[in-house]
Design a protein around this ligand. Sequence first.
Ligand code: G6P
Length: 484
Amino acid sequence: MASVLVASNRGPVSYTLGDDGTLSSRRGGGGLVSGLSAVDSQDSLWVCAALGDGDREAVRRGVAEPGVRMLDIDPEVYSDAYNGIANSVLWFLHHHLYDVPREPVFDADFRRRWASYRAYNRAFAETLAAEAAEGAAVLVQDYHLALVPGMLRELRPDLRIGHFTHTPWASPEYLRMLPDDIAEELLWGMLGADELGFHTWGWASSFIGCFQQREDGTGYAQGLWPSGDPWYGVEWRRHDTGKGRTRVQVYALGVDGDDLRALAHRPEVDARLARLREETGGRRTVVRVDRTELSKNILRGLLAYRELLATHPEWHDRVVHLASAYPSRQDLESYRAYTASVVALAEEINAEFGTADWQPVLVSVEDDFTRSLAAYRLADVALVNPVRDGMNLVAKEIPVVSDEGCALVLSTGAGAHAELGADALTVSPYDVSATAEALHRALTMPPEERAARTARLAAAATALPPQRWFLDQLEALRSPSDRP
Ligand code: G6P
């Protein structure tokens, strides 16, 4: 039995099945891995989904790392839940990505996929209920598992349940696109938690705003608890389970500066950096690193760079845009199409401005962390311009490791803007011309100003490193309950 449990779709380890039938494992990185390492592993359990054939085979063979439990969910149910709901519905709602004249469509097929999402959430809730010690703390992660808190609360009222949302939260108007009963199920799922965490007050307020809008006398959201107390949240009443409160808190995940700098100074990164220097010919660099993700706004970023070259010809042959857009969610057609558009636009820019020895954009579509770290170190300018993004750790990582200090062009859509906005060059994600001008300002920023801003950005970026982020949540979860 574990006294600290984490649940997330993607776990800390993944398995690959070789042609000869051998399984090899790979450990992932990220905030949660580092956060949970602060807790005694004897006492903790991480519940995650088996994501591919390798993971499923590991479950079948009983291969597992201590402290990790992978759930082998029926592949069709899993695909409907992950691709069909989490990434195509909830992700789109929270990031405001729908092309509204045509989407979303909530039809019978959607209902079928939602049933799978519910079953996938139930599988997590049942495993957590079976594995948790009396009064254990359970930290559920993200939009994939929004129904788990409510389900788990019913199975195990003794547990302390937290949920953290790594994405934005949909505005109330956007959330109201969902059929009423589904929105209700989603919100009640979340309210099963004692504590809900978000990266910014903006996303936390969006969540709470959904209750203001839905205050319709049906008894499921009786109002807010905005002031007077050290906590903020939702006070609710239900005819079946009585009334209670769910606290809402903000934990702005940051980076571990020492860890990141050590990673960025390994010999393989030094070697990659030397190659990148050759490829860029010692020119100034504008760096971006993203999953190829619709919300990251990579196309408008490229359009801004094109406008920079068109309006400031003095930069011809003097700057290179290093854009890393590594593949993600390629099971979804819109993501495949987006990746193709990014590559096509980069090629257009190269055809328009490039010369025999200058390629204005170097795009990499490989998931190559070594190259990304090398690019971070080389960055004169970092471009981070999402339309809507829970946090965006790239904006925090680049100032921490850039060798010469870098100017950060940052859109208001990034959660990180709440902390970094004062020392970044702020742009609206939709304003291509303003982004082009910000790139010009960034490239011409005096060195002393750039160094001073970078130092302040790095300090803000490392204010809440992953272990602290995790332990703060755990501590809050263990503090006295507000539940009935
Ligand atoms: C976002 C989500 C994470 C997710 C990541 C990668 O950052 O908040 O929960 O792990 O995207 O997405 P993927 O679908 O590849 O796991």
